[in-house]
Design a protein around this ligand. Structure first.
Ligand code: NAD
Ligand code: ZN
Length: 357
Protein backbone atom coordinates (compact mmCIF):
# COMPACT_ATOMS: atom_id res chain seq x y z
CA UNK A 1 0.00 0.00 0.00
CA UNK A 2 1.23 3.48 -0.63
CA UNK A 3 -0.28 6.90 -0.07
CA UNK A 4 1.01 9.93 -1.95
CA UNK A 5 1.56 13.10 -0.01
CA UNK A 6 1.45 16.23 -2.14
CA UNK A 7 2.63 19.50 -0.69
CA UNK A 8 3.68 22.66 -2.53
CA UNK A 9 7.33 21.97 -1.71
CA UNK A 10 7.46 18.22 -2.29
CA UNK A 11 5.60 15.04 -3.22
CA UNK A 12 6.49 11.81 -1.49
CA UNK A 13 5.14 8.33 -0.85
CA UNK A 14 4.09 6.73 2.43
CA UNK A 15 4.54 2.96 2.22
CA UNK A 16 2.34 1.34 4.80
CA UNK A 17 1.88 -2.28 5.83
CA UNK A 18 3.59 -5.47 6.93
CA UNK A 19 7.07 -5.93 5.46
CA UNK A 20 7.19 -2.56 3.69
CA UNK A 21 10.53 -1.93 5.38
CA UNK A 22 11.97 -4.65 3.18
CA UNK A 23 11.45 -2.42 0.16
CA UNK A 24 13.82 0.17 1.59
CA UNK A 25 17.08 -1.07 0.00
CA UNK A 26 15.65 -1.19 -3.51
CA UNK A 27 13.98 2.20 -3.06
CA UNK A 28 17.31 3.73 -2.05
CA UNK A 29 19.23 2.04 -4.80
CA UNK A 30 16.77 3.05 -7.48
CA UNK A 31 16.05 6.63 -6.49
CA UNK A 32 19.15 7.76 -4.63
CA UNK A 33 22.11 6.44 -6.57
CA UNK A 34 24.09 9.61 -5.74
CA UNK A 35 23.74 9.12 -1.98
CA UNK A 36 26.80 7.45 -0.46
CA UNK A 37 26.19 7.54 3.30
CA UNK A 38 23.15 6.84 5.43
CA UNK A 39 22.94 8.00 9.02
CA UNK A 40 20.29 6.19 11.04
CA UNK A 41 19.15 8.24 14.02
CA UNK A 42 17.16 6.26 16.57
CA UNK A 43 16.50 6.29 20.30
CA UNK A 44 17.86 3.88 22.90
CA UNK A 45 14.71 1.83 23.25
CA UNK A 46 13.77 1.57 19.58
CA UNK A 47 17.38 0.88 18.63
CA UNK A 48 17.55 -1.99 21.10
CA UNK A 49 14.55 -3.64 19.43
CA UNK A 50 14.52 -2.68 15.76
CA UNK A 51 17.84 -1.11 14.72
CA UNK A 52 19.46 -4.42 13.90
CA UNK A 53 16.97 -5.19 11.15
CA UNK A 54 16.96 -1.68 9.69
CA UNK A 55 20.75 -1.55 9.65
CA UNK A 56 20.91 -4.79 7.77
CA UNK A 57 18.37 -3.59 5.21
CA UNK A 58 20.00 -0.20 4.81
CA UNK A 59 23.35 -1.85 4.14
CA UNK A 60 21.78 -3.88 1.34
CA UNK A 61 21.44 -0.64 -0.60
CA UNK A 62 25.21 -0.69 -1.00
CA UNK A 63 25.68 2.57 0.88
CA UNK A 64 27.76 3.13 4.00
CA UNK A 65 25.56 2.96 7.11
CA UNK A 66 26.22 4.91 10.29
CA UNK A 67 24.11 5.11 13.43
CA UNK A 68 23.61 7.66 16.14
CA UNK A 69 21.51 6.84 19.21
CA UNK A 70 19.66 9.57 21.09
CA UNK A 71 17.80 9.41 24.43
CA UNK A 72 14.14 8.39 24.49
CA UNK A 73 11.18 10.72 24.31
CA UNK A 74 11.39 14.48 24.76
CA UNK A 75 14.98 14.10 26.00
CA UNK A 76 15.87 13.68 22.33
CA UNK A 77 14.42 17.04 21.35
CA UNK A 78 17.03 19.27 23.00
CA UNK A 79 19.68 21.68 21.73
CA UNK A 80 22.33 19.37 23.20
CA UNK A 81 21.18 16.32 21.30
CA UNK A 82 20.69 18.37 18.15
CA UNK A 83 24.27 19.63 18.46
CA UNK A 84 25.63 16.14 19.15
CA UNK A 85 23.93 14.78 16.04
CA UNK A 86 25.45 17.56 13.92
CA UNK A 87 28.88 16.97 15.45
CA UNK A 88 28.63 13.24 14.81
CA UNK A 89 27.62 13.89 11.20
CA UNK A 90 30.57 16.25 10.68
CA UNK A 91 33.05 13.96 12.40
CA UNK A 92 31.96 11.11 10.16
CA UNK A 93 32.25 13.04 6.95
CA UNK A 94 28.60 13.36 6.08
CA UNK A 95 27.96 15.82 3.28
CA UNK A 96 25.26 16.79 0.79
CA UNK A 97 25.44 13.28 -0.65
CA UNK A 98 24.34 11.82 2.68
CA UNK A 99 20.87 10.95 3.91
CA UNK A 100 19.33 10.61 7.35
CA UNK A 101 16.97 7.80 8.31
CA UNK A 102 14.80 8.62 11.34
CA UNK A 103 13.91 5.36 13.09
CA UNK A 104 11.51 5.90 15.97
CA UNK A 105 8.48 7.79 17.16
CA UNK A 106 7.63 11.45 16.81
CA UNK A 107 10.47 12.56 19.05
CA UNK A 108 13.15 10.91 16.92
CA UNK A 109 11.42 12.03 13.73
CA UNK A 110 11.29 15.62 14.95
CA UNK A 111 14.93 15.92 16.00
CA UNK A 112 16.37 13.83 13.16
CA UNK A 113 14.25 15.78 10.68
CA UNK A 114 15.50 19.06 12.08
CA UNK A 115 19.08 17.83 11.87
CA UNK A 116 18.43 16.91 8.23
CA UNK A 117 16.80 20.28 7.56
CA UNK A 118 19.79 22.20 8.87
CA UNK A 119 22.89 20.07 8.25
CA UNK A 120 24.75 21.81 5.42
CA UNK A 121 21.52 23.73 4.72
CA UNK A 122 19.52 20.55 4.29
CA UNK A 123 20.10 16.94 3.30
CA UNK A 124 17.41 14.41 2.41
CA UNK A 125 15.79 12.26 5.10
CA UNK A 126 13.38 9.35 5.33
CA UNK A 127 10.95 8.68 8.16
CA UNK A 128 10.78 5.15 9.55
CA UNK A 129 8.02 5.60 12.15
CA UNK A 130 7.66 3.07 14.96
CA UNK A 131 4.73 4.50 16.95
CA UNK A 132 1.04 4.96 16.23
CA UNK A 133 1.42 8.64 16.99
CA UNK A 134 3.91 8.92 14.16
CA UNK A 135 1.07 8.52 11.64
CA UNK A 136 0.65 12.17 12.52
CA UNK A 137 4.22 13.34 13.11
CA UNK A 138 5.98 11.55 10.24
CA UNK A 139 3.75 13.15 7.64
CA UNK A 140 3.52 16.85 6.92
CA UNK A 141 7.06 18.07 7.35
CA UNK A 142 7.05 19.76 10.72
CA UNK A 143 10.36 19.10 12.43
CA UNK A 144 11.50 20.67 15.69
CA UNK A 145 13.29 20.63 18.99
CA UNK A 146 12.08 22.14 22.25
CA UNK A 147 13.21 25.26 24.06
CA UNK A 148 12.85 25.57 27.83
CA UNK A 149 10.29 28.29 27.03
CA UNK A 150 8.11 25.94 25.05
CA UNK A 151 7.65 22.79 23.03
CA UNK A 152 8.64 22.71 19.35
CA UNK A 153 9.75 26.34 19.49
CA UNK A 154 12.79 25.81 17.26
CA UNK A 155 12.13 24.04 14.00
CA UNK A 156 11.39 24.04 10.31
CA UNK A 157 8.99 22.90 7.66
CA UNK A 158 11.00 20.19 5.92
CA UNK A 159 9.40 17.28 4.09
CA UNK A 160 10.93 13.79 4.04
CA UNK A 161 11.78 11.92 0.84
CA UNK A 162 9.51 9.07 1.86
CA UNK A 163 7.89 7.37 4.84
CA UNK A 164 8.21 3.61 5.37
CA UNK A 165 5.57 2.72 7.95
CA UNK A 166 6.31 -0.84 8.96
CA UNK A 167 3.24 -2.12 10.79
CA UNK A 168 5.04 -4.89 12.64
CA UNK A 169 7.12 -2.27 14.48
CA UNK A 170 3.92 -1.33 16.31
CA UNK A 171 3.72 -4.78 17.89
CA UNK A 172 6.39 -3.88 20.44
CA UNK A 173 4.85 -0.55 21.40
CA UNK A 174 3.81 -0.24 25.09
CA UNK A 175 0.08 0.31 25.67
CA UNK A 176 0.62 3.78 27.09
CA UNK A 177 2.30 4.84 23.85
CA UNK A 178 -0.45 3.21 21.85
CA UNK A 179 -2.95 5.23 23.84
CA UNK A 180 -0.95 8.36 23.09
CA UNK A 181 -1.04 7.75 19.35
CA UNK A 182 -4.67 6.72 19.29
CA UNK A 183 -5.64 10.15 20.62
CA UNK A 184 -4.34 11.69 17.38
CA UNK A 185 -6.36 9.13 15.42
CA UNK A 186 -9.47 10.28 17.29
CA UNK A 187 -8.50 13.90 16.60
CA UNK A 188 -8.20 13.27 12.87
CA UNK A 189 -11.61 11.60 12.79
CA UNK A 190 -13.30 14.38 14.76
CA UNK A 191 -12.02 17.22 12.61
CA UNK A 192 -12.74 15.70 9.25
CA UNK A 193 -14.59 12.42 9.09
CA UNK A 194 -17.80 11.61 11.02
CA UNK A 195 -18.00 8.14 9.47
CA UNK A 196 -14.49 7.33 10.59
CA UNK A 197 -15.38 8.59 14.06
CA UNK A 198 -18.35 6.20 14.17
CA UNK A 199 -16.13 3.37 12.95
CA UNK A 200 -13.65 4.03 15.77
CA UNK A 201 -16.40 4.30 18.35
CA UNK A 202 -17.86 0.92 17.43
CA UNK A 203 -14.74 -1.00 16.40
CA UNK A 204 -12.19 0.00 18.99
CA UNK A 205 -13.12 -1.15 22.47
CA UNK A 206 -9.74 -2.37 23.69
CA UNK A 207 -6.45 -0.81 22.66
CA UNK A 208 -4.54 -3.99 23.44
CA UNK A 209 -6.66 -5.96 20.99
CA UNK A 210 -6.31 -3.81 17.86
CA UNK A 211 -5.71 -6.04 14.85
CA UNK A 212 -3.30 -5.30 12.01
CA UNK A 213 -6.27 -4.82 9.73
CA UNK A 214 -7.68 -2.19 12.08
CA UNK A 215 -4.28 -0.50 12.36
CA UNK A 216 -3.99 -0.40 8.63
CA UNK A 217 -7.38 1.19 8.24
CA UNK A 218 -7.01 3.80 10.97
CA UNK A 219 -3.50 4.80 9.94
CA UNK A 220 -4.53 5.06 6.31
CA UNK A 221 -7.54 7.23 7.17
CA UNK A 222 -5.54 9.35 9.61
CA UNK A 223 -2.76 9.97 7.12
CA UNK A 224 -5.24 10.74 4.34
CA UNK A 225 -6.90 13.36 6.53
CA UNK A 226 -3.61 14.91 7.51
CA UNK A 227 -2.42 14.83 3.88
CA UNK A 228 -5.53 16.56 2.60
CA UNK A 229 -4.99 19.41 5.04
CA UNK A 230 -1.24 19.74 4.49
CA UNK A 231 -1.77 19.73 0.74
CA UNK A 232 -3.88 22.84 1.07
CA UNK A 233 -1.77 24.57 3.67
CA UNK A 234 1.78 23.32 4.12
CA UNK A 235 3.05 26.20 6.27
CA UNK A 236 0.05 26.65 8.56
CA UNK A 237 -1.39 29.91 7.33
CA UNK A 238 -4.93 28.57 7.41
CA UNK A 239 -6.62 25.19 7.58
CA UNK A 240 -3.55 23.39 8.95
CA UNK A 241 -4.41 25.01 12.25
CA UNK A 242 -7.38 22.61 12.49
CA UNK A 243 -4.86 19.87 13.26
CA UNK A 244 -4.32 21.64 16.56
CA UNK A 245 -7.73 20.46 17.74
CA UNK A 246 -7.30 19.47 21.38
CA UNK A 247 -3.77 20.85 21.43
CA UNK A 248 -4.40 24.30 22.91
CA UNK A 249 -5.24 22.94 26.33
CA UNK A 250 -3.36 19.69 25.62
CA UNK A 251 0.01 21.39 25.20
CA UNK A 252 -0.56 23.40 28.37
CA UNK A 253 -1.35 20.25 30.38
CA UNK A 254 1.61 18.41 28.85
CA UNK A 255 3.98 21.29 29.52
CA UNK A 256 2.88 22.03 33.07
CA UNK A 257 2.92 18.37 34.08
CA UNK A 258 6.46 18.07 32.78
CA UNK A 259 7.08 16.10 29.63
CA UNK A 260 7.26 12.43 30.44
CA UNK A 261 4.60 12.28 33.13
CA UNK A 262 1.84 12.56 30.60
CA UNK A 263 2.21 11.37 27.06
CA UNK A 264 1.48 13.86 24.30
CA UNK A 265 -1.69 12.03 23.26
CA UNK A 266 -3.01 11.60 26.79
CA UNK A 267 -2.75 15.35 27.25
CA UNK A 268 -4.26 16.03 23.83
CA UNK A 269 -7.21 13.79 24.65
CA UNK A 270 -8.02 15.95 27.66
CA UNK A 271 -7.72 18.92 25.33
CA UNK A 272 -10.18 17.25 22.94
CA UNK A 273 -12.72 16.71 25.70
CA UNK A 274 -12.42 20.37 26.59
CA UNK A 275 -12.60 21.58 22.97
CA UNK A 276 -15.74 19.48 22.54
CA UNK A 277 -17.21 21.03 25.67
CA UNK A 278 -16.47 24.55 24.38
CA UNK A 279 -17.93 23.56 21.02
CA UNK A 280 -21.12 22.44 22.71
CA UNK A 281 -21.30 25.78 24.47
CA UNK A 282 -21.08 27.37 21.00
CA UNK A 283 -23.83 25.14 19.64
CA UNK A 284 -22.35 21.79 18.62
CA UNK A 285 -24.69 18.88 19.07
CA UNK A 286 -22.55 15.96 20.17
CA UNK A 287 -22.88 13.09 22.62
CA UNK A 288 -20.08 14.09 24.96
CA UNK A 289 -21.17 11.58 27.60
CA UNK A 290 -20.84 8.71 25.14
CA UNK A 291 -17.44 10.04 24.08
CA UNK A 292 -16.19 10.34 27.67
CA UNK A 293 -17.36 6.85 28.56
CA UNK A 294 -15.70 5.43 25.47
CA UNK A 295 -12.32 7.06 26.02
CA UNK A 296 -12.38 6.28 29.73
CA UNK A 297 -12.98 2.63 28.91
CA UNK A 298 -9.88 2.82 26.69
CA UNK A 299 -7.89 3.96 29.70
CA UNK A 300 -7.73 7.71 29.12
CA UNK A 301 -8.04 10.17 31.91
CA UNK A 302 -10.50 12.90 31.00
CA UNK A 303 -9.64 15.11 33.94
CA UNK A 304 -7.05 17.81 34.26
CA UNK A 305 -4.58 16.62 36.90
CA UNK A 306 -5.61 18.12 40.24
CA UNK A 307 -2.29 19.83 40.86
CA UNK A 308 -2.83 22.12 37.85
CA UNK A 309 -4.83 25.21 38.61
CA UNK A 310 -6.97 26.79 35.94
CA UNK A 311 -5.33 30.20 35.94
CA UNK A 312 -1.87 28.81 35.27
CA UNK A 313 -3.31 26.74 32.44
CA UNK A 314 -4.64 29.92 30.87
CA UNK A 315 -1.26 31.63 31.31
CA UNK A 316 0.45 28.67 29.68
CA UNK A 317 -1.98 28.66 26.75
CA UNK A 318 -1.19 32.32 26.18
CA UNK A 319 2.50 31.54 25.84
CA UNK A 320 1.82 29.04 23.05
CA UNK A 321 3.34 30.16 19.77
CA UNK A 322 -0.05 29.85 18.14
CA UNK A 323 -1.53 32.53 20.37
CA UNK A 324 -1.15 35.82 18.57
CA UNK A 325 -3.27 38.28 20.45
CA UNK A 326 -4.02 38.14 24.15
CA UNK A 327 -7.15 36.12 23.44
CA UNK A 328 -6.72 32.37 23.15
CA UNK A 329 -7.76 30.76 19.88
CA UNK A 330 -9.29 27.30 20.00
CA UNK A 331 -10.15 24.88 17.26
CA UNK A 332 -13.82 24.08 17.80
CA UNK A 333 -16.30 21.93 15.92
CA UNK A 334 -19.52 23.14 14.35
CA UNK A 335 -20.24 19.51 13.66
CA UNK A 336 -18.02 16.45 13.66
CA UNK A 337 -15.96 16.97 10.51
CA UNK A 338 -16.42 20.74 10.44
CA UNK A 339 -13.83 22.60 12.49
CA UNK A 340 -13.46 26.34 12.89
CA UNK A 341 -11.14 28.70 14.73
CA UNK A 342 -12.65 30.68 17.56
CA UNK A 343 -11.20 33.25 19.94
CA UNK A 344 -12.56 32.57 23.38
CA UNK A 345 -12.26 35.04 26.20
CA UNK A 346 -10.70 34.09 29.51
CA UNK A 347 -13.94 34.29 31.43
CA UNK A 348 -15.65 31.65 29.29
CA UNK A 349 -12.53 29.49 29.27
CA UNK A 350 -12.47 29.51 33.06
CA UNK A 351 -16.18 28.92 33.45
CA UNK A 352 -16.09 25.92 31.13
CA UNK A 353 -12.97 24.57 32.82
CA UNK A 354 -14.76 24.69 36.13
CA UNK A 355 -17.84 22.99 34.75
CA UNK A 356 -16.03 20.05 33.30
CA UNK A 357 -12.97 19.39 35.43
P1 NAD B 1 8.34 9.09 21.17
O1 NAD B 1 9.06 9.20 19.90
O2 NAD B 1 8.86 9.83 22.33
O3 NAD B 1 8.18 7.55 21.53
C1 NAD B 1 7.54 7.20 22.72
C2 NAD B 1 8.25 6.10 23.47
O4 NAD B 1 8.00 4.87 22.82
C3 NAD B 1 9.75 6.25 23.53
O5 NAD B 1 10.18 5.88 24.81
C4 NAD B 1 10.24 5.28 22.49
O6 NAD B 1 11.53 4.78 22.80
C5 NAD B 1 9.22 4.19 22.56
N1 NAD B 1 9.01 3.47 21.31
C6 NAD B 1 8.85 4.00 20.09
N2 NAD B 1 8.57 3.06 19.19
C7 NAD B 1 8.57 1.88 19.85
C8 NAD B 1 8.34 0.53 19.46
N3 NAD B 1 7.99 0.22 18.21
N4 NAD B 1 8.43 -0.41 20.40
C9 NAD B 1 8.72 -0.09 21.69
N5 NAD B 1 8.93 1.15 22.12
C10 NAD B 1 8.86 2.14 21.21
O7 NAD B 1 6.82 9.53 21.09
P2 NAD B 1 5.70 9.69 20.00
O8 NAD B 1 4.48 9.61 20.78
O9 NAD B 1 5.85 8.83 18.82
O10 NAD B 1 5.93 11.18 19.52
C11 NAD B 1 5.76 12.27 20.37
C12 NAD B 1 6.48 13.45 19.80
O11 NAD B 1 5.97 13.73 18.51
C13 NAD B 1 6.31 14.72 20.60
O12 NAD B 1 7.57 15.30 20.78
C14 NAD B 1 5.44 15.60 19.72
O13 NAD B 1 5.71 16.96 19.89
C15 NAD B 1 5.81 15.13 18.36
N6 NAD B 1 4.80 15.37 17.34
C16 NAD B 1 5.20 15.96 16.19
C17 NAD B 1 4.30 16.18 15.18
C18 NAD B 1 4.77 16.77 13.89
O14 NAD B 1 3.94 17.10 13.05
N7 NAD B 1 6.05 16.89 13.68
C19 NAD B 1 2.96 15.80 15.33
C20 NAD B 1 2.57 15.20 16.51
C21 NAD B 1 3.51 15.00 17.52
ZN1 ZN C 1 -0.25 16.17 18.55
Amino acid sequence: ESIDIKTPSKEYPVFLGQHVIEQLPLFLEKNYSDITKLLIISDEKVASIHLHKVKELAAKSGKQVLEYIVPEGEHAKTFDVFYQCQSFALANGLNRKSMILALGGGAVGDVAGFVAATFMRGIPFIQLPTTLLAHDSAVGGKVAINHPEGKNMIGAFYQPEAVFYELSFLHTLPIKELRSGFAEVIKHALIQDPEFYKWLLTEIQDLAAITDEQYLYMIKRGIAIKASIVKEDEKENGVRAYLNFGHTLGHAVEGLMGYGNFTHGEAVLIGCVYALKLSQYKGLSFDLVEFMEWVQSLGYSTNIPKQLDHTSLIQKMKKDKKTISDTITFVLLNEVGFPELAEINDEIILKQLEEIF
